[in-house]
Design a protein around this ligand. Sequence first.
Ligand code: UD1
Length: 419
Amino acid sequence: MQMFVVEGEKRLGGEIKVQGAKNSALPLIAAALLAKGETVLHNCPRLSDVFAACRILGCLGCDCTVLGNTVTVRADEPCGCCVPDELMREMRSSIVFLGAVLGRTGECYLSFPGGCELGPRPIDMHLSALRKMGADISERYGMLRCSSPGGLRGADIQLPFPSVGATENTMLAAVLAEGTTVIKNAAREPEIADLAGFLNKCGARIEGAGSDTVVIRGVKTLTGCEYSVMPDRIAAATLMSAAAVTGGELSLIGARASDLGAVIPVFEEMGCSVYTYSDRIYVCRSRPLCSVKMIRTMPFPGFPTDAQAPVMAALTKAAGTGVIVENIFENRFRHVDELVRMGADIKTEGKVAVINGVSRLYGARTVAADLRGGAALVTAALAAEGVSEIEGIRFIDRGYESLEKQLASVGADIKRVTK
Ligand code: UD1
């Protein structure tokens, strides 16, 4: 078993290159299946989910190699359409392969992604969009069997909620479909624009990605290309939380202000100075840490649910009372009890958390229960008096590439220990 051991109260300072975005790399790897020839994806983070996505491509008959941060895919003759159950279980977001496999091969078999750490993870919107495009889908014994014997057809899709995954799956299914697909109430997250950027470079015709209406005109074939995954806005927000809570200063190389429009003002309200440049964001806590009145997680361009936990960790030491309303996922306060063990004063009821700032956090033994909650425990440990041990770091490794090395490079005392 591995854990992080953190000796807190070290002020962070220096430069960190922000990793490539996990939530963009995964749909891009799935999208590579749609293109003939070679696809080269640069700036892919080295994460267990990325390796699982590559293994899925292998099972589908593609060549997929990872060298450093570059993933190379050859998908000339995919010969499979079945995503093995263990890989579906290993990575919940593997559902994004559904649209791509169906679009490329005309059929797809995979197991139903049940609940996950964040609560139930339904895929009704994904399935209803694909059905509207002509897919025949049956759900039995936890398995999904999807086929489109007559090929997929463009359709008008109105999403009841701007789901990121449903928007991505619909786009992936639509690029090679016959005719035009219009997605209304589409997710506007920057990862959607990144996916469209990649697919268009392969020869797709997608307009409006990043707005609430995405129009996809089907084409006959796509050809692989070279593309660089966008920077990870959630990793950037996590590092900003670490700078804020330790009273430090960090230059986040590659972070894009346009992706963090709802996040930057929160840090400014907390007493940080944030300077944005074309190639980096500089964050420095210049005043005492103070609380923010209210954070509501919302679909983009609202405050991202994925940044909620690390920002909450920073708020635990802020003067005053802050309120966080989690509107996206049901089960996203699992870090709260662990933060309380470290001395934080947090009360939750339903989707609301009230954080009363305390002057001290104390090192404790804690267990990460999910990815972003785990990052919150690390953030709090950086500012806690004494030594913290954080278990369950396999969750953290799903989304952060060598978080401990990054933090140690800017002055944190953090080690990965095997017990
Ligand atoms: C993606 C991100 C995740 C992020 C989330 C919201 C990836 C790999 N993951 O997840 O990190 O927290 O966006 O920004 O990119 N829903 C339904 N039915 C559906 C689909 C979704 O009810 O068919 C609900 C979900 O349960 C959730 C909400 O809609 O409550 C948002 O989900 P969605 O935007 O689809 O998130 P994911 O794509 O799963």
